[in-house]
Design a protein around this ligand. Structure first.
Ligand code: CTP
Length: 407
């Protein structure tokens, strides 16, 4: 189950090159269980044919307020009532301005006035248009009226410029939309999560690290928050946005991560160790930049503390979930890790393979606990995280029910 299961999503598409991405967005929304109906503005039709959205949504596409056939099938007031949320992606500067004014000069803006469903906008435009005070004032006005603005992201633009104004990727939009429909599986539960790599300094400019992107840990934090938990995310150095409703603590090294977790662990019910913590650090990092000298050079390394094992070894440990990234004999290694560290659950995944693992969008997990297990994926990390959170919530409830109350 995802938060969008069975939800009716009215997707407004306006004129902009990002409209091509919205066809994939429809598919991703349907993957998440939503029923999607698409409304296109005239500008949008210049970029993509309605038939495209009809094919991917499985529903007729609505383009005009004055189309008697469409009105007879599902009139605009009926459509406005049908929607559990209205998502406009891409949202052009023009539609943002018209919505801020409260205009109803086409089907989409009329629907936005006629609905009580939450309004979500995914702006997409040239960076100067986005930064323009008029656009910013319009966005602020819509936010005051409780509209949710997702993005825009930064990067290369279709117009050849670089900056803020790119529409967020479909999966980011699905996650942002899902956040409007919180679950209750973890209401009242405090969840602590580690994510990302750590950096172990060699000298002031160099470090040892790994390829972890932090995406899985961040997706888990978002999913746990959506499931109603109070979430603290201890994050290594990554450039990901903090998920809505999540408290974030940034750290760099394994020792800092250990310290940040130990300070907070007694106040948490569930601990999920998703970080790719460096097992070793440089024994004595140099205070000044090391200059090259000989052909060879040796670095002395010492073991870092094992955060997960230390949490599981506490007198009253939370429900502990570990991850195991393996290149061979995955199940055997993961099971050994679970027992050795005394964990409630372990989620194992392959690494070093094209189908998933570090620094990829998709992943698959073999989740095991004492006497049971489940295979999840392969699928997008955001969806996988929501499913893993469901499994964690279920096992945590069973454990606390047996123990007679939360840890
Ligand atoms: N972990 C941790 N602190 C460490 C090392 C690992 O909390 N210093 C956690 C990770 O977040 C993950 C799990 O432990 O949940 C991984 O276990 P580990 O045995 O460290 O895995 P690998 O580093 O892959 O170990 P190995 O070299 O034994 O394969």
């Amino acid at each position: 189950m995802t938060e969008l299961d069975g939800k009716n999503i009215l997707l407004g598409v306006t004129g902009g090159i990002a409209a091509y991405k919205s066809a994939d967005l429809v598919r991703r929304l349907r993957d998440a269980g939503a029923d999607v109906r698409v409304v296109m503005t005239r500008g949008a039709e210049e970029f993509v044919r309605p038939l495209t959205y009809q094919a991917v949504s499985g529903n007729p596409v609505h383009t005009s307020l004055l189309d008697p056939d469409a009105e007879a099938a599902m009139g605009h007031i009926e459509l406005a009532r049908w929607a559990d949320a209205v998502l406009i992606a891409p949202a052009s500067a023009d539609v943002i301005a018209r919505l801020a004014q409260g205009l109803a000069d086409d089907l989409l803006t009329t629907l936005c006035l006629a609905t009580e469903a939450p309004l979500v906008l995914a702006p997409a435009m040239n960076r100067i248009m986005w930064a323009h005070p008029a656009t910013q004032a319009n966005v602020a006005r819509l936010r005051e009226r409780s509209a949710t603005i997702l993005g825009p992201g930064a990067g290369d633009q279709a117009c050849g410029e670089v900056g803020d104004g790119r529409m967020l990727e479909p999966l980011e939009l699905v996650a942002g939309l899902a956040a409007l429909f919180p679950g209750t599986e973890l209401t009242g539960t405090r969840v602590l999560i580690t994510a990302g790599p750590t950096r172990e300094a060699i000298d002031p400019v160099r470090y040892i690290s790994n390829r972890s992107s932090g995406r899985m840990g961040f997706a888990l934090a978002a999913a746990a928050a959506r499931a109603g938990a109070r979430v603290t995310l201890v994050a290594g150095p990554v450039t990901l946005a903090t998920p809505a409703g999540v408290e974030r603590v940034d750290v760099e090294s394994a020792q800092q991560m250990h310290e940040a977790v130990m300070e907070r662990v007694d106040a948490c019910d569930v601990f999920i160790a998703c970080a790719a913590v460096a097992d070793y650090r440089v024994a004595t990092p140099a205070e000044a930049k090391i200059k090259k000298q000989d052909a060879d050079m040796e670095l002395a390394l010492v073991r870092n503390p094992d955060i997960l094992a230390d949490v599981a070894a506490r007198q009253r440990p939370p429900f502990t979930v570990g991850f195991a990234a393996e290149t061979h004999a995955m199940q055997a290694h993961a099971e050994d890790k679970r027992r050795r560290k005394g964990l409630d659950m372990i989620a194992a995944n392959w690494v070093g393979r094209p189908e998933g693992g570090f620094d990829t969008e998709d992943n698959a997990l073999e989740v095991t606990w004492e006497g049971g297990g489940i295979s999840l994926g392969p699928k997008a990390k955001t969806r996988l995280a929501a499913e893993l959170v469901d499994v964690v919530a279920d096992r945590y409830r069973q454990k606390t029910a047996h123990a007679g109350g939360p840890a």
